[in-house]
Write a protein that binds this ligand. Structure first.
Ligand SMILES: *Cc1c(COP(=O)(O)O)cnc(C)c1O
Length: 291
C-alpha cells in the first residue's frame, strides 16, 4: 500500500494543493482505491468472487476489476443491456475492465431491479457483493488511511475538497479529519439527495460543507464550461476527470478563497470517451464558441 504524493497547481492566480490519488495505479486509483482498501487487505482465501452492478462506464467497476485481477477473484458485473457499439469500443472503462477479466452479464431492463435485489439473497459465503458506487461502511478504513497521510503532510492549510457521487468519500474523510473543513458538491443528484445518501451511513458532521453550483448540471451530460475547466486544470499540470471534478472546481473557484488541498478522486481513464463525445458535440458549434 503506497502513499500518494502532493502537487501544487495555480488556477486563476490561486495556489491549490492536490493529493494525487490518481497516481496510485492506472486502474485502481482515486477514491475507489481508498474505498476498496479493506477488501484489498482481506486475505485472498476469504472470497473467490466479487459481485457488483451498475453503469458500464463506472470508475468503480474498473477499480473492482483491477482489484479482482490482483486478488485472483472472479468478478461478475451486472448491467442493463449494452449496444453492440459500446461492446466493441477499444477504449474506456468497460473495455479495460473486460481486459482485466471481468465477466459481464446483461439483464433485461424489465427484470433488472428485481434481479439486482435477488443477488444478495442467492450468493454464497465465498462471494462478496459491492453495491453500486461502493456506498458502504467498509469504505471508512481506507479513508482513515488517507486522513493520516494528509495529517502527516503537515500542510499549513485547514481546508480540503473532494467531489461527491454517493458522498461516501467526503463523509468519511470529514469524520476522520474533524480539524479540517471539507468542501464537496453533489455531482449526481441535488443537495437533498446527497444528504440523504450520507445520512444513511452516518450523521453529517459540521465540518463537512456542501457547496452548490448556481446552474443545475446533469451527471454525464456535456457542458462547454466543464471542458474549459478541464483544459485549464490540464494546463496547470494535472489532469482531472470530466464527470465529477468540473463541478467541484467551479464551486471552489467561485465560492471559496482560502488555500485548499484538493483530493484527486481519480477517474481519468474515462476521459478518452468523454473527450470523444465533447469533440463530436461541440465541433459543429465552433462558430458559437469563438465569437
Ligand atoms: C466515484 C467517484 C466519485 C464519487 O465518490 P463518492 O464516494 O461516491 O462520493 C468522485 N470522483 C470520481 C472520479 C469518482 O470515480
Amino acid at each position: 500500500m503506497q502513499k500518494s504524493p502532493i502537487s501544487k497547481i495555480n488556477l486563476d492566480g490561486r495556489d491549490f494543493y492536490v493529493k494525487r490519488d490518481d497516481l496510485i495505479d492506472p486502474f485502481l486509483a482515486g477514491n475507489k482505491y481508498r474505498k476498496l482498501y479493506t477488501l484489498l487487505k482481506t486475505p485472498k482465501e476469504k472470497y473467490n468472487k466479487i459481485i457488483s452492478y451498475g453503469g458500464t462506464q463506472s470508475n468503480a467497476m474498473l477499480a473492482i476489476a483491477a482489484m479482482c485481477k490482483e486478488k485472483k477473484w472472479k468478478f461478475t458485473y451486472y448491467t442493463k443491456p449494452l449496444s453492440t457499439l459500446q461492446k466493441e469500443h477499444k477504449e474506456g472503462n468497460f473495455f479495460h475492465a473486460i481486459t482485466l477479466g471481468m465477466q459481464h452479464v446483461e439483464i433485461k431492463e424489465e427484470y433488472y431491479k428485481e434481479y439486482i435485489s435477488s443477488l444478495r439473497v442467492t450468493m454464497d459465503e465465498k462471494s462478496y457483493l459491492i453495491d453500486q458506487g461502493g456506498a458502504d461502511k467498509s469504505a471508512k478504513e481506507g479513508l482513515e488511511v488517507l486522513a493520516t497521510e494528509i495529517r502527516e503532510a503537515n500542510l499549513k492549510l485547514k481546508s480540503l475538497a473532494t467531489p461527491s457521487g454517493t458522498g461516501t468519500t467526503a463523509l468519511y474523510l470529514a469524520l476522520a479529519l474533524p480539524e479540517y473543513k471539507i468542501y464537496t458538491t453533489p455531482c449526481v443528484g441535488n443537495v437533498a439527495y446527497l444528504k440523504e445518501q450520507m445520512n444513511a451511513l452516518h450523521v453529517i458532521p459540521d465540518n463537512l460543507i456542501i457547496l452548490e453550483t448556481t446552474k443545475k448540471y446533469h451527471f454525464a451530460k456535456l457542458y462547454p464550461e466543464f471542458l474549459e475547466i478541464y483544459k485549464k486544470t490540464l494546463r496547470s499540470g494535472v489532469e482531472f476527470d470530466l464527470l465529477y471534478a468540473p463541478n467541484l472546481w467551479k464551486v471552489l473557484l467561485e465560492q471559496t478563497n482560502e488555500e485548499i488541498l484538493y483530493i484527486h478522486s481519480g477517474g481519468v481513464t474515462g476521459n478518452a470517451s468523454m473527450l470523444k463525445r465533447y469533440k463530436k458535440k461541440f465541433e459543429s458549434q465552433k462558430i458559437v464558441k469563438t465569437k
